[in-house]
Design a protein around this ligand. Structure first.
Ligand code: CIZ
Length: 304
């Protein structure tokens, strides 16, 4: 390892103790950030760890809505997002004003909000979901009609597995939505003895063409437990690093080279170290929004 990189890692370890901090990294983070983290996981697992942790400082290596979620659940802690520009185009595809208008059109629908959304939108919602629990939570609701926001692809996936009427929002993850049926066919042709697993944020035709559909947490579990030795991975490339690290005897292939989220790649070791040094950039959520957004998030945490 380069001397400079090793020095930064050592400084991060020192600062972590000094600040009583915990470092959380999303499954889509770059390799060296995953390696320096105390926990690597999906937004749901990491929110739960953050809420239960005794740390004074939580460094969230991910994107803005994820750190915001932690700031809602753990308002007494200092929540840091090492790169403030790390946003989520999907979360930006909905505003609270537009959601209020849509709610007026569907007054009987329960609002089910994917965790990839701004805090103010969560505050207007009945319950939050992640890709790992969306189907289960929607099916458990006492309603016939659901307004599912903001990811139409995940919403379509849920709609295919429930008797409830699911009204979709016109949003999507630009990284997963970029994958086409032709990409899936090409990957299958290149690796004919591999199975394909994709994320439910992919387009419905891609989901239909896949052998398995999982959240990132589901992919990690499947890779660990399956007898399949070769797996094509249809989610952001960062997950392939973790899959390969945990299953060195198996082979993983990224479904498409387009599966890269630039926002997830902004964070690096230097920025993690600087965030711990300066306690900036700090993510906070105004109390009025926080109080309202906490309820749908806690409902989700209690439902699983
Ligand atoms: O919920 C998450 O963390 C995301 C964005 C994807 C997943 O399936 O883990």
């Amino acid at each position: 390892m380069e001397e400079n990189k090793q020095a930064i890692i050592e400084r991060i370890q020192e600062l972590k103790i000094l600040r009583n901090a915990v470092i959380l990294a999303h499954n889509y983070q770059i390799d060296e950030v995953q390696d320096v983290a105390d926990f690597v996981g999906d937004s749901f697992e990491l929110s739960r760890i953050a809420a239960q942790s005794g740390a004074d400082v939580i460094v969230f290596c991910g994107v803005h809505f994820m750190a915001e979620g932690v700031a809602i659940l753990a308002p007494d802690r200092i929540v840091l997002l090492p790169e403030i520009k790390a946003g989520c185009p999907l979360a930006d595809m909905i505003t609270v004003e537009a959601l209020r208008e849509k709610k007026k059109q569907h007054p009987d629908a329960m609002v089910v909000t994917y965790i990839n959304s701004p805090a103010a939108v969560k505050a207007e919602s009945d319950i939050c979901v992640t890709s790992s629990n969306a189907v289960r939570i929607v099916n458990s609701l006492e309603t016939d009609e659901v307004l599912f926001v903001p990811d139409m692809n995940l919403g379509s996936f849920v709609a295919g597995q429930t008797d409830k009427r699911v009204i979709l929002w016109d949003g999507y993850c630009v990284t997963h939505h970029r994958v086409t049926l032709a990409d899936a066919a090409a990957a299958r042709k290149s690796h004919p003895d591999a199975v394909i697993m994709v994320h439910p944020e992919c387009r419905p035709d891609v989901v239909k063409a896949a052998d398995y559909v999982f959240s990132t947490g589901g992919m990690i579990k499947f890779a660990r437990e399956t007898d399949h030795q070769k797996i094509i991975v249809g989610t952001e490339m960062g997950l392939v690093y973790r899959l390969q690290k945990e299953n060195p005897e198996k082979q993983f292939y990224l479904l498409s080279q387009g599966l890269i989220c630039p926002n997830m790649k902004y964070t690096n070791l230097e920025k993690v170290s600087k965030a711990l040094e300066t306690l900036q950039p700090r993510i906070t959520v105004p109390q009025t929004i926080r109080d309202l957004a906490r309820r749908p998030l806690e409902r989700m945490l209690a439902a699983v």
